[in-house]
Design a protein around this ligand. Sequence first.
Ligand SMILES: Cc1cc2nc3c(=O)[nH]c(=O)nc-3n(C[C@H](O)[C@H](O)[C@H](O)COP(=O)(O)OP(=O)(O)OC[C@H]3O[C@@H](n4cnc5c(N)ncnc54)[C@H](O)[C@@H]3O)c2cc1C
Length: 407
Amino acid sequence: MSGPGDAGIPLLKRHGARVLIAGGGGTGAALAWDLALRGLDVVLAERGEFTSGTTGRHHGQLHCGARYAVGDRSVARECMAETLILRRIIPQAIEYNGGVFVALTDDEAEYADTFLSACLESGIPAREHPPAVARSWEPAINPAAKRTVWVPDGTIDAYRLPLSFLAGAAGLGARLWSFTELESVELSSGRAVSATLRGPDGKRHAESFDALVNAAGAWAGQVGKLAGLDIGITPAPGAMVAVRGRLSDMVVSRLAPPGDGDIIVPQRGLSIIGSTQSRAESPDGILPRPEDVAFLLSRADELVPGFSSAPVHAAWAAARPLAGRAATDAEGRAISRDFQVLDHAADGVRGMFTLIGGKATVLRAMAEKAADAVCAHLGIAEPCRTAELRLPSWRRMFPGMEGRARL
Ligand SMILES: Cc1cc2nc3c(=O)[nH]c(=O)nc-3n(C[C@H](O)[C@H](O)[C@H](O)COP(=O)(O)OP(=O)(O)OC[C@H]3O[C@@H](n4cnc5c(N)ncnc54)[C@H](O)[C@@H]3O)c2cc1C
């Protein structure tokens, strides 16, 4: 495996086409890298700091797909495939610590058979081990566990993963602008042709493009409105609580259909329990409610006894960009965790696309599908290479960091 700039990477064929990406979370970052590798002129505008949206506030789980296997085999398969790719292309942002699903009730113990066969059918090498064996690898899990299943879950560094994609794109000439908001989209004869961007100094400028991708996550509905579009998206906030101390080294999950407060992720020297799910009109200003914090801590105690005795480090919330409309929380839960690439030519706006849904684990696959759609629209036949090329260090985003790291 090689990285950009290494000998052996074919020189890029430069295409004149310019793509503007709105949103500098993981999705926009992975897309910038993919399109830059295909030789396009990429401009990315992020209204805050890079990763300041949902990406910088998620749970940090590298999902092998086991959580989704019973309900949605194709999402589970995709997660498994992408974890293998991410572990290869960006090992520096992945802690491959493994996960253990724990059945605590009779119902959960019964569910374990359905869970195991769904995992295996989805290509996830889940293995049941007696609880005593599981506790020998992960002593933190509840001694009352009735059944325990190992899965290839892991932990993601939520910042360094997207920053590495951005570093790769920047190295290929992409222009990446933080604190730059897309304020309006100008149309000409049913085609999106330019946008007004407001930069960090408050000054506005017009940026023309051949294609615009709305990668604004839970804000995608608001960005769509700038072009007169009504995008089917549900911002779905979830709360998380981090306590001090690495109480488990593995990701510990409840062996039950996906619900609230059922995953503990070790993240550096912290342990994070999450999450909840509700709906919000706007993803801005979302805060965890005190009852969410109390609920999450009590659920964490069931998986890892004593969790709530550790000092609380932080409680926060972020909004999932669910692809679909939900009128109730229950409808929100029923929306697939799959992603969608919307070509707004179907809505009367040519040259504009929206990429929503999915999860951080599948950001590369999301970008691949969106880049395929953009390239097809532009008549450019360049294959995706992001699954093969190793990403550069996130340090390349910050001039001087590479040298300092060697001091
Ligand atoms: C509680 C919770 C836990 C999660 N846990 C996990 C997990 O453990 N593992 C996992 O794989 N996934 C997880 N996810 C899902 C994952 O966080 C998201 O799918 C992913 O971060 C979305 O990335 P994004 O780039 O699409 O959106 P974002 O990161 O939100 O990026 C969109 C960006 O667009 C910017 N923006 C908005 N409007 C404009 C504008 N007008 N102009 C310019 N920029 C704009 C925003 O500032 C934002 O930075 C979790 C999500 C939640 C809510």
